[in-house]
Design a binder for this molecule. Structure first.
Ligand SMILES: [Zn+2]
Ligand SMILES: [Zn+2]
Length: 405
């Protein structure tokens, strides 16, 4: 039972949005809450809830189908949603919008009597060869990803990158080598196929999961022309050398005359040592800033950043004048963070350590919450303490719970 009535957001094995005694869970990475669960898209850092077939998940059919073609087993519990849908959970109403990132990717607009939270998942803010830009939705609290949230990530115009890509591909073939694009199987693979289809006559050969995902895009109405590397036609094309290859990032070369290029937002900072094209299905710095300006939030909470982007919230504050902070286990409200009592968290953490004693045994957070409530700690205090102990390396989060490190 919660101590608070107002709208609150925090991170606890995923993103938790609560209002009164109700709550929802967005893109959980651990099995922490029994709250209704929403999954934004198929990339594995967002879709881990699908490892629990018994748990119901609101997600698009495309997200589910992508996981299936990526080889996920025991998929179940899908509650299909699509852009434009609204899901009502008592006082909380969740609206589904396009996120512009990959096939089936969505943002969630969470409306409560007190205000609105917008959760972007991963987003792309510009028109791409395969997706429409992320929808801008007015909100009070914006929870936004910041993968490329630093000024040095300033992507060139997509049309210019497309020219570079097809010119390099054609020139490479003219030199007797096969241009090979190492890409994410979901998203960038289909972007590059689209570019080559549109601007060249080069046949495109796909490999492994790039083939399966592209087939799925086709079945959803995308006009993408490519053949699989293991098909007769694919083998003939590879023998002739007059084609381009799209292959997953981690895959090994399978022909001796391949010329490798990488397509990724990270190309922006990779220097000139290797061939790399800054093509991304994420927003860059100015894309993120423009999006934030467009949705007019009172408070911005960031997630998904790395070392490069740890100052993004400061940029938001300075350039846009909007309160911003990284999303942590701390409870956030429209008016600001709720400071948890440090002495209480320390006492609760000590109690948890006394309770978790069996090495290797996985403890369910819900069970710990119950145990700690007997000692007088609230569920928020217990959950904050669990995260505190994970951050300090005392506990380790697993898909099913926590254990001693
Ligand atoms: Zn993603
Ligand atoms: Zn992501």
């Amino acid at each position: 039972m919660s101590n608070y009535v107002e709208l609150r957001v925090r991170k606890f094995g995923g993103i938790v949005v609560e209002y009164g005694d109700q709550g929802i869970m967005l893109d959980p990475t651990r099995n922490t809450h029994s709250y209704p669960t929403f999954v934004s898209h198929a990339h594995s850092d967002h879709s881990a809830a699908f490892k629990h077939p018994g748990r119901e998940k609101y997600a698009t059919q495309e997200t589910f189908d992508l996981l299936e073609v990526m080889g996920w087993k025991r998929l179940g519990g899908l509650k299909p949603i699509k852009v434009g849908d609204t899901v009502k959970i008592d006082d909380i109403e969740v609206k589904v919008h396009n996120a512009g990132h990959v096939l089936g990717s969505v943002e969630f607009e969470i409306n409560t009597p007190e205000g609105t939270v917008l959760y972007t998942g991963d987003l792309c803010t510009e028109d791409t060869f395969t997706m429409d830009p992320a929808t801008k939705v007015d909100c009070d609290i914006l929870v936004i990803e910041t993968t490329f949230g630093a000024p040095m990530f300033n992507f060139p115009k997509r049309a210019d990158v497309a020219v570079e890509i097809y010119q390099w591909a054609v020139n490479t073939v003219l030199q007797g080598r096969i241009p090979t694009f190492k890409t994410d199987s979901i998203g960038n693979a289909q972007e590059v196929i689209s570019i080559l289809n549109q601007y060249t006559n080069l046949p495109v050969v796909t490999n492994k999961s790039a083939t399966r995902v592209t087939e799925l895009y086709r079945s959803k109405g995308y006009n993408l022309d490519s053949v699989d590397a293991d098909s007769d036609e694919g083998k003939d094309l590879l023998d002739s050398g007059k084609c381009a290859i799209i292959t997953p990032k981690g895959s090994k070369p399978f022909r001796t005359n391949q010329e490798i290029a990488l397509t990724s937002g990270w190309a922006t900072i990779m220097g000139r040592k290797r061939v790399a094209f800054p093509l991304s299905d994420h927003a860059d710095y100015k894309g993120l800033m423009g999006f934030i300006r467009g949705v007019k939030p009172k408070r911005v909470l960031t997630f998904h950043g790395g070392n490069f982007t740890k100052d993004f919230h400061n940029h938001v504050r300075k350039t846009l004048g909007i309160a911003a902070a990284p999303l942590t286990a701390r409870i956030e409200t429209i008016s600001g963070p709720k400071m948890s009592n440090e002495a209480r968290i320390n006492a609760c953490s000590r109690q948890i350590i006394r309770t978790i004693r069996i090495p290797g045994f996985i403890y369910q957070p819900a069970w710990l919450v119950k145990e700690m409530s007997r000692q007088g700690f609230t569920s928020n205090e217990t959950e904050n303490s669990i995260d505190y102990l994970i951050e300090r390396g005392v506990l380790k989060g697993t898909p099913d719970g926590v254990k001693l490190t």
